[in-house]
Write a protein that binds this ligand. Structure first.
Ligand SMILES: Nc1ncnc2c1ncn2[C@@H]1O[C@H](COP(=O)(O)OP(=O)(O)O)[C@@H](O)[C@H]1O
Ligand SMILES: CC(C)(COP(=O)(O)O)[C@@H](O)C(=O)NCCC(=O)O
Length: 278
């Protein structure tokens, strides 16, 4: 029937369900590429599902399945699965969980399910994107939390840091003290007002943590790592990054988690994985 979405076996919906936003992509099997769609916050389940409905209507094709990672609540995952399963053309969801090894990457976590699935997909995403890079890769994701993960030259995920994200740091200071506001100041060398003092402290904490991981790679490899950055809060840090870490190679990879997920979308590529896809 004209105008009706067709359930097409060569399209796979990619879902990155973070603590703040859902990020969506569409993998096209024949073209071997991902169309990055959009992102939406999920303060309320209802508004998220309304938004998703609109996004799916706009696609013009119905993916035959979805592949996702989630670090959000089980309840939200189930709501999303139910919503996609109950459409006139159902889209079953396969969730990707961290494994000991997948797509050429070894996982440092002795208990892989403990690792955030988004961090694992991020490591696979940089691996895919920079397959020929002969240096360590440090991926900093500035999401709800900030994570700073290192992939070694021989493609082992070595481990990484978790710290509160930019907004979470701002909220913690404002909620946990009597006198500190939600800061909106500018970064300064020696801040002389409260807003600037908070903003500068937060930016310094974020970039200082990254410097630590860069220095560790430098010591181990005797050369600097390739730095990759992603996440909604990166925009707030970009300017200060270039001021405090001049000369550091940096690649902006906003869709790196979706890139990692796309490895599980194609049958040939998926066969290379020994990780659980459940
Ligand atoms: N329009 C926006 N909506 C929500 N968060 C935003 C927005 N713009 C920037 N941010 C920042 O991005 C963070 C969320 O980034 P995101 O990559 O979506 O995180 P997550 O993967 O945890 O869902 C927020 O904590 C906030 O600091
Ligand atoms: C660290 C995280 C909260 C980051 O989530 P995000 O900010 O991307 O929503 C998430 O990856 C997570 O819940 N991890 C589990 C613990 C771990 O990775 O060790």
């Amino acid at each position: 029937m004209t105008g009706q979405a067709v359930n097409t076996p060569d399209y796979v919906l990619l879902i990155d369900l973070g603590n703040t936003r859902l990020k969506l992509g569409l993998w096209h099997e024949d073209a071997g590429e991902t169309r990055y769609l959009n992102a939406h916050p999920h303060q309320t389940q209802e508004s998220l599902l309304d938004w998703l409905d609109q996004e799916l209507l706009r696609l013009g094709v119905t993916p035959h399945k979805a592949i996702g990672v989630s670090v959000a609540s089980q309840a939200l995952m189930l709501a999303l699965e139910g919503f996609l399963a109950n459409r006139s053309q159902p889209i079953p969801v396969e969730w990707v969980w961290p494994a000991v090894h997948a797509h050429g990457v070894h996982n440092a976590y002795p208990d892989p399910p403990q690792l955030g699935a988004d961090r694992w997909a991020g490591m696979l995403g940089v691996m895919k994107r920079f397959a020929h890079e002969d240096r360590s890769i440090v991926l900093a994701n500035f999401g709800t939390a900030t994570t700073i993960d290192t992939l070694s030259r021989d493609r082992r995920f070595l481990g990484g840091l978790i710290l509160p994200g930019v907004s979470m740091m701002q909220m913690a200071l404002s909620k946990g003290t009597a006198r500190l506001p939600m800061a909106t100041g500018e970064v300064a060398d020696y801040p002389a007002n409260t807003h600037a003092a908070i903003t500068t402290g937060i930016v310094a904490a974020q970039l200082g943590a990254i410097r630590r991981q860069i220095d560790l790679s430098q010591e181990r490899d005797q050369r600097p790592p390739l730095m990759c950055v992603s996440g909604g809060a990166w925009d707030l840090l970009r300017k200060e990054w270039h001021r405090t870490l001049p000369g550091t190679l940096v690649e902006e990879v906003p869709n790196v988690v979706l890139d990692g997920l796309s490895l599980f979308a194609g049958p040939q590529l998926r066969a290379n994985s020994d990780g659980p896809v459940v």
